[in-house]
Design a protein around this ligand. Structure first.
Ligand SMILES: Nc1ncnc2c1ncn2[C@@H]1O[C@H](COP(=O)(O)OP(=O)(O)OP(=O)(O)O)[C@@H](O)[C@H]1O
Ligand SMILES: [Mg+2]
Length: 614
C-alpha cells in the first residue's frame, strides 16, 4: 500500500525486507551491476530522466515564446494571436515545467532511496551470512563504512548525478541544432572541444577514483579506531592511556585530512582545466564566426545569435565532464559495496540432513588437524571418541586449542585433515543449520544484546517460549534470583541502554540461553570461570540433571569443575597429550597430575589460612 500524499507529506509504505537479492558471485561490469541494483525501478528512473528533459524543454520554450512575443507581438505589431492566448501559453508552459521538474526530482529521489534501502538490506543480510573466517579478517569499522557512507554515495549517484544526463544531452542537441541552422560549418567547429573534455574528464575520473578509494579506506580505519576505543573504553581509562589514544586518533585523523585535501585539490583542478579548454573553444569559435560574418557568409544578427548559443552548447559539455568526475566517487563506493555482496556466503543448508535423532551414538575425532591461516597448526592430529550422553572435559594451558577444537563441532571452521564423524556421518557433509540447531553454546566471552534479559535468554529459540520456560532455564543457570533482584526483573534492559551485568551474571544469562534451546549437544567454553564456587556447584547440580540426554563438552581450568566428566582430554600445543577419567589420570604421571597437585595444594593452603585466621 502506498499512501503518498503531497500535502501532509506522509509516506506510509510497507516495504519487504529483501525485495531483490543482489548477492552474486563472478565479476560483472559496473554498468550492468548498477542496472541490476535498479531492478524494478528502471522505468521509473527513465521516466524521471525524461521529465527532467521535459522541464528543460518547457524552459527553452518559454524563452522562445518570449523572443517571439517581443519580435512579433510587441515590435512587429502582429496581433493575430490574442494576448490572453499568449498569457495562457506562458502559464501553461510554467505549470508543465513545474510539474515535470517535481516529477523528475521525486522519481529520481524515490529510486535513489529505494536502491539505497535495497543495498543496505542486502548488505546486512549478506553480513549475517558470511563465514566466521570472513569476519575474522575484516574490520568492523570498514563494514560499517560500506553499509553507511558507501551506500549513501551510491544513493547520490541516482538522485544527483545520473538524473542530469538526459538534460545535458538534450540541451547540447538543441543548441547545437540551432547553431547548425545558422551555419553547419560553424556548428561543426564547436565540436572540437567534446573529445578533449571527455579525455580530460576520464583522466580526472581515474585520478579521483584512486584518491577517493584511499580516502574511504582511511575513513574506515578511523571508524574502526573509534569503534574499538568505545568498546575498550574501560581498558583505556584503567591504564590511563587517554593521551596515547588521543595521539593515535590524531595521527589517523590527520591522514584522513591529508587524503581529503588531496581529493578536493584534484577535484578543484578539474574546473580551471575545463575552463581553459572552454575558453580556447570560445575564442576559436568566436574568431571563426567573426571571420564568417566579415566574409559575409553569415549576417551580423546571425553572428550575435551564434555567440549567445555558443555558451549554451559549451555549458552541457562542461557539465558532462563534471558529471563523469562526480560519478567516480559513486562508482568506487558501488564497487566497495559490491565486493561485500560478491563474497561467498556460508551455506547453511548445503549438505545432508543430520541423523535423526541427533547424536545418538558418538562423535569421533580421527587424526583431526586444523589451522586458521593454513600455516600454523592449531590442532595437530587430535583423536578421541565422545559417547552420546557423556560429558567430555577439556583441560589445558591457554592457547592450547581447546576453544578451536570445540568450534569445529558446529562447523564454525572446517578442519583441513583427518575426519570427524557424528553417528558415522562425516561432519563436513552435514548441513550447518542442522548442526547449529542442535548445539547449544556458551561462548568464552558471552555476548548479550541491548534488549531485555528475557529476550536475551529466548534469543535463538525457534519455537514460542513462555515466561515459565525462560524462568526455568534461568533457575537452572542459577541466575533467577539475581534477575528478580532487579526492579524490572526479566524485563530489565541489558547493555548500553540498561543495566550492566557482572561477568558472572552475563555468563549465567548466556548459559540460560543455551539451556532453553534444549540442545542435544552443549558446549560450555569456560562458562563458569567468572562464577563463585558455591554457584558453580549449584549450576553443576542442575546441569547434571539436564545433561542426561545431552552430550556436553566442557572447558574449565578448575579440576573440580571437570572431575566428574566421563572423559577428560588434556591438551597442549594443539595435541591431546592425555585422556581418560579423573581416577585414571591422577594416577598417571603427567600434566593432569601436576595441575591436580598444584590446585589441591593451593586449596589446602587456603583452607589452612582461613582456619588459622578464624
Ligand atoms: N579466530 C582465530 N583466528 C586465528 N587464530 C586464532 C583464532 N582463534 C584462536 N586462534 C589461535 O589459535 C590458538 C588456539 O586458540 P584457542 O582459542 O583454541 O585456545 P584455548 O585453548 O581455547 O585457550 P584459552 O584457554 O585461553 O581459551 C591460539 O594460538 C590463538 O592465537
Ligand atoms: Mg578458549
Amino acid at each position: 500500500m502506498v499512501k503518498n500524499s503531497l500535502f501532509n507529506l506522509k509516506i506510509e509504505e510497507e516495504l519487504p525486507v529483501l525485495d531483490y537479492r543482489l548477492n552474486r558471485s563472478g565479476k560483472r561490469s559496473r554498468l550492468s551491476g548498477i542496472l541490476n541494483t535498479m531492478t524494478g525501478f528502471r522505468l521509473r528512473f527513465l521516466f524521471a530522466v525524461c521529465m527532467q528533459v521535459a522541464a528543460t524543454l518547457c524552459k527553452t520554450s518559454v524563452y522562445l515564446l518570449l523572443a517571439w512575443f517581443i519580435d512579433t507581438w510587441l515590435v512587429g505589431g502582429d496581433h493575430s494571436v490574442p494576448l490572453f492566448l499568449v498569457g495562457f501559453a506562458f502559464i501553461g508552459l510554467s505549470l508543465v515545467e513545474g510539474f515535470s521538474s517535481f516529477q523528475a526530482n521525486h522519481q529520481a529521489n524515490y529510486t535513489a532511496e529505494r536502491v539505497a534501502l535495497r543495498l543496505r538490506n542486502n548488505l546486512y543480510d549478506q553480513i549475517q551470512r558470511l563465514s566466521f573466517s570472513y569476519h575474522d579478517k575484516v574490520d568492523t569499522g570498514d563494514l560499517i563504512q560500506r553499509v553507511t557512507s558507501d551506500v549513501d554515495a551510491v544513493r547520490r549517484f541516482f538522485s544527483e548525478q545520473a538524473i542530469g544526463i538526459g538534460r545535458i544531452f538534450f540541451l547540447y542537441i538543441i543548441n547545437w541544432v540551432a547553431i547548425a541552422r545558422i551555419d553547419l560549418q560553424l556548428a561543426l567547429t564547436t565540436m572540437v572541444i567534446v573529445p578533449l573534455i571527455f579525455v580530460m574528464a576520464l583522466f580526472f575520473f581515474s585520478k579521483i577514483s584512486k584518491s577517493y578509494e584511499a580516502y574511504q579506506v582511511q575513513d574506515a580505519q578511523l571508524s574502526s579506531l573509534l569503534q574499538e576505543n568505545l568498546t575498550g573504553v574501560r581498558v583505556v581509562k584503567a591504564f590511563a592511556r587517554q593521551d596515547y589514544e588521543i595521539e593515535k586518533y590524531r595521527k589517523e585523523n590527520e591522514k584522513k585530512y591529508k587524503l581529503g585535501s588531496k581529493l578536493i585539490l584534484i577535484e578543484s583542478l578539474f574546473w580551471p582545466s575545463t575552463d581553459m579548454l572552454c575558453g580556447m573553444q570560445i575564442v576559436i569559435s568566436f574568431y571563426l564566426g567573426a571571420s564568417s560574418a566579415i566574409a559575409g557568409r553569415i549576417t551580423l544578427g546571425e553572428f550575435i545569435a551564434f555567440q549567445a548559443l555558443l555558451n549554451w552548447v559549451i555549458w552541457p559539455i562542461r557539465n558532462m565532464g563534471r558529471l563523469i568526475v562526480q560519478m567516480s566517487r559513486s562508482l568506487v563506493s558501488f564497487e566497495r559495496v559490491n565486493t561485500v555482496l560478491a563474497e561467498q556466503q556460508e551455506e547453511l543448508r548445503q549438505g545432508e540432513k543430520a541423523p535423526e535423532p541427533f547424536l545418538s551414538k558418538q562423535i569421533t575425532f580421527d587424526n583431526v588437524s586444523f589451522s586458521y591461516d593454513g600455516k600454523n597448526k592449531v590442532l595437530d592430529e587430535v583423536s578421541f571418541t565422545a559417547e552420546a550422553g557423556h560429558t567430555i572435559a577439556l583441560l589445558g594451558s591457554t592457547g592450547s586449542g581447546k576453544s578451536s577444537l570445540l568450534a569445529l563441532i558446529p562447523r564454525f571452521y572446517e578442519y583441513q585433515s583427518g575426519s570427524i564423524q557424528l553417528d558415522g556421518m562425516e561432519l563436513n557433509q552435514i548441513r550447518k543449520e542442522d548442526l547449529r540447531r542442535n548445539i547449544g553454546i556458551v561462548e568464552q566471552e558471552p555476548f548479550l544484546f541491548s534488549c531485555t534479559i528475557a529476550e536475551n535468554i529466548a534469543y535463538g529459540v525457534e519455537r514460542d517460549v513462555n515466561r515459565e520456560e525462560i524462568m526455568q532455564a534461568a533457575k537452572d543457570a542459577a541466575i533467577h534470583e539475581s534477575i528478580m533482584a532487579f526492579e524490572k526483573g526479566y524485563d530489565t534492559l541489558v547493555g548500553e541502554r540498561g543495566v550492566t551485568l557482572s561477568g558472572g551474571q552475563k555468563q549465567r544469562v548466556a548459559l540460560a540461553r543455551a539451556l532453553l534451546k534444549n540442545p542435544r549437544v552443549l558446549i560450555l567454553d569456560d562458562a563458569t570461570s567468572s562464577v563463585d564456587t558455591d554457584t558453580e556447584v549449584e549450576i553443576r547440580t542442575a546441569l547434571s540433571r539436564l545433561m542426561k540426554h545431552c552430550t556436553t563438552f566442557i572447558i574449565a581450568h578448575r579440576i573440580q569443575s571437570i572431575m566428574h566428566a566421563d572423559l577428560i582430554l588434556v591438551m597442549d600445543k594443539g595435541k591431546v597429550i592425555q585422556s581418560g577419567t579423573h581416577d585414571t589420570l591422577i594416577r598417571e604421571t603427567g600434566m593432569y597430575q601436576r595441575i591436580f597437585d598444584i590446585q589441591t595444594r593451593i586449596e589446602a593452603n587456603l583452607e589452612k589460612e582461613i582456619s588459622d585466621a578464624g
